[in-house]
Design a protein around this ligand. Structure first.
Ligand code: UDP
Length: 316
């Protein structure tokens, strides 16, 4: 297949490109490099089956020739208010790429009669009142809260994807991606895994925001990409959670990273560090992915962290 990947220079997007190419597909990346990083795809430059277009998909997209699938991953994704790549620093761009960008990417898919996959997010569940989160849960999102620029953009993206499916008979898929980590995350991304790894490699204390009892479930990027690939090839149009169901507190994540790296810097609790509306708990219910995609993560936290720490170590 010839597959268009928006956001293909990003963290997840670039790993997805590697997988698609290894499966024998042709890949076209469209990325405006606002949060994506060209270095993530430079190893693919010069291949006959790969091309890169620097472009903002919030504008009309024209792709000549054939396209068999469009995978729409373009979006800022870090909630961290101090990161230059966070969606709070790029609020209008985030809303535009989630809304206009998704519309344009759907338009390309429709004009080529291609399949479409939307990279949605666990953030559609907001600060969830149901735990773990199943796809049937409608979420708990403040439409005017600070995170709404991301959460509501993705909720709109899901709605317009379903509208194209229902009214234009487009073959569409929606992945609700939970916390993902791995090589190529930006060291200054601001999210917890890169922050902790950089701090640990520098021998500094790990900054645990609040008391660290808030939980997340971390999925290694190769597992996630495998889920995206299976979802694209499936017949499932309604949203599917993709994430690792092993839930742990942020404090235990810090302890694990200090143990692996042998960091003597310890932990520094930052009582006011948690961003407004920082969700208390997050853990996917992946029974649907198991059933319809025969998918579940296979890489445990220690193995995934070892690979990620080695990558950060080589880049820092
Ligand atoms: N966090 C932390 N220290 C950091 C960065 C993040 O304790 O240096 C916490 C943050 O408050 C949140 C959790 O780690 O409770 C996960 O945050 P992240 O920014 O990775 O993404 P989120 O899961 O909130 O989208």
């Amino acid at each position: 297949m010839k597959i268009l990947v928006t956001g293909g220079a990003g963290f997840i997007g670039s790993h997805l490109c590697d997988r698609l190419l290894s499966e024998g597909h042709e890949v076209v990346v469209i990325d405006n490099l606002v949060t994506g990083n060209i270095e993530n795809i430079t190893h693919l430059a010069g291949r006959d089956d790969f091309s890169f277009i620097k472009y903002d998909v919030s504008n009309f997209i024209f792709i000549p020739g054939r396209a068999d699938a469009v995978m729409h991953l373009a979006s800022p994704a870090s909630p961290n208010p101090t990161s230059p790549y966070g969606y709070l620093q790029l609020p209008i761009q985030t809303l535009k790429v989630g809304a206009l960008g998704t519309h344009n990417a759907l338009g390309v898919a429709r004009s080529h009669e291609a399949s479409f996959l939307l990279a949605s997010t666990s953030e559609v569940y907001g600060d969830p009142k149901e735990h773990p989160q199943r796809e049937s849960y409608w979420g708990h999102v403040d439409p005017v809260g600070p995170r709404s620029v991301y959460d509501e953009a993705k909720r709109f993206a899901e709605a317009i994807t379903m509208a194209y499916h229902r009214y234009h008979d487009l073959d569409t898929h929606i992945a609700r991606i939970f916390n993902t980590y791995g090589p190529r995350m930006r060291p200054d991304d601001g999210r917890v895994v890169p922050n902790f790894i950089v701090q640990a490699l520098q021998g500094k204390p790990l900054t645990v925001y609040g008391d660290g009892s808030q939980t997340r479930s971390f999925c290694y990027v190769d597992d996630l990409v495998d889920g995206l690939y299976r979802l694209l090839s499936s017949s499932e149009a309604l949203p599917v959670n993709l994430g690792n169901p092993v839930e742990l507190s942020i404090l235990s994540l810090a302890e694990e990273i200090n143990a692996i790296t042998g960091n003597k810097g310890g932990i520094e609790r930052i009582p006011g560090g948690r961003a407004p509306a920082d969700p208390e708990r997050r853990k996917p219910d992946i029974s649907k992915a198991k059933k319809v995609l025969d998918w579940e993560p296979v890489i445990d936290l220690k193995t995934g962290l070892d690979k990620t720490i080695a990558d950060f170590d080589s880049r820092l």
